[in-house]
Ligand binder design. Structure first.
Ligand code: AHN
Ligand code: ZN
Length: 341
């Protein structure tokens, strides 16, 4: 009898225990449901954008035409010829144009004449966007294994951004948006001190054209609502990350541009990642000296923590220029312009 009693008590305890275990499981499930409920992403309105007309063939041609001049760095003959070509091209799209000239000294004590090429569309509009790219090319191939002292063609590093902006200018002339657009092709971005030199590398030896313009704007007190820089925007397998100088000075513009890219279906190229790169670019001085919130669309590879492998080498030629990259960037820039009221 006593044994049966004990057995009954054990069974009773087991029942109570299993009841507790099951009810705990239940609580966990509820908890889980609740967490997933609150973790649901906040619904944002996603409105796809109609793709603006942008001819990648025209943009490609404009890149080719610059490269055909040969290396284009301050004081060389091709540089002078290409400056006139770019000014005339912008003028042919209905922009009023000028070449801003200035004197500067390079890291290796060369006296150079800077030529910033400036185009204006709709000069009386108060709402303005500044679009810029550097048009000069590096006078040496300091990242190549051979012929390091010879100048590079700069199809990607230089010509690509300019080629896209020329096609953007052509489209603006067709669609005639109401806002004002200023396009500046900055000179002497790429005459900076090689990092291999033992002397302390100095950021200010780069971007001489944009520094000059930021201190001497073509119109005294010139202002734009925001600026977009294109740098190395024609290479293969592009990755445009949210670069740190842009994020420091103009995070809202980064969001605006990346949002337009996403709405155009280009979110795989305009990746939602913030990256840091050691160095500088023209938008730094447009931000810090001209006080115009500006961002850089620049191909930066997270995997290597550097630019495309052709960077500052003789491989930076037409072979690496990708029409689809030109189109993605061009559509995004035009999408931003058409979205501004
Ligand atoms: C530096 O790495 C110092 N500057 C990157 C900006 C650059 C050079 N863009 C093209 N060439
Ligand atoms: Zn460069």
């Amino acid at each position: 009898m006593a044994q049966i009693g004990l057995w009954r008590i054990n069974l009773f305890l087991l029942l109570i225990l299993s009841f507790f275990i099951f009810s705990c499981e239940d609580d966990k499930k509820k908890e889980k449901q609740q967490t997933t409920e609150t973790e649901k992403p906040v619904k944002t309105t996603f409105i796809p954008l109609e793709k603006p007309d942008f001819s990648e063939d025209s943009a490609y041609l404009y890149v080719q035409q610059q490269v055909d001049f040969g290396p284009r760095f301050p004081n060389n003959e091709a540089h002078g010829k290409c400056a006139i070509f770019l000014k005339n091209k912008l003028a042919s799209f209905g922009f009023s144009t000028q070449i801003q000239e200035g004197k500067a000294t390079t890291f290796n004590n060369k006296n150079i004449t800077i030529k910033n090429i400036i185009g204006t569309y709709n000069p009386t509009a108060t709402k303005r966007i500044l679009l810029f790219a550097h048009w000069d090319t590096r006078p040496f191939a300091d990242h190549d294994d051979k012929d390091r002292t010879k100048p590079i063609l700069g199809a990607n590093d230089g010509a690509s951004g300019v080629g896209i902006l020329l096609e953007v200018a052509r489209q603006i002339n067709i669609t005639q948006p109401e806002i004002g657009i200023d396009i500046i092709f900055f000179d002497a971005e790429d005459y900076g001190q090689p990092s291999s030199l033992m002397s302390p590398s100095s950021a200010e030896t780069w971007c001489l054209g944009s520094q000059y313009w930021a201190r001497n704007p073509h119109i005294p007190g010139y202002k734009a609502d925001f600026g977009i820089l294109l740098d190395m925007v024609g290479g293969p397998n592009p990755q445009f990350t949210k670069e740190s100088i842009s994020m420091r000075y103009a995070p809202n513009i980064v969001r605006k541009v990346w949002d337009v890219a996403k709405r155009l279906g280009h979110q795989h190229v305009f990746v939602d990642k913030e990256t840091y790169f050691v160095g500088t670019d023209d938008h730094q001085y447009v931000n810090e000296i001209a006080n115009i919130p500006s961002i850089d669309i620049i191909h930066f590879e997270e995997s290597t923590g550097s630019f495309h492998q052709s960077w500052h080498t003789h491989d930076d030629n037409m072979d690496i220029i990708n029409k689809s990259t030109l189109k993605i960037v061009g559509e995004t820039v035009l999408g931003v312009i058409y979205n501004e009221k």
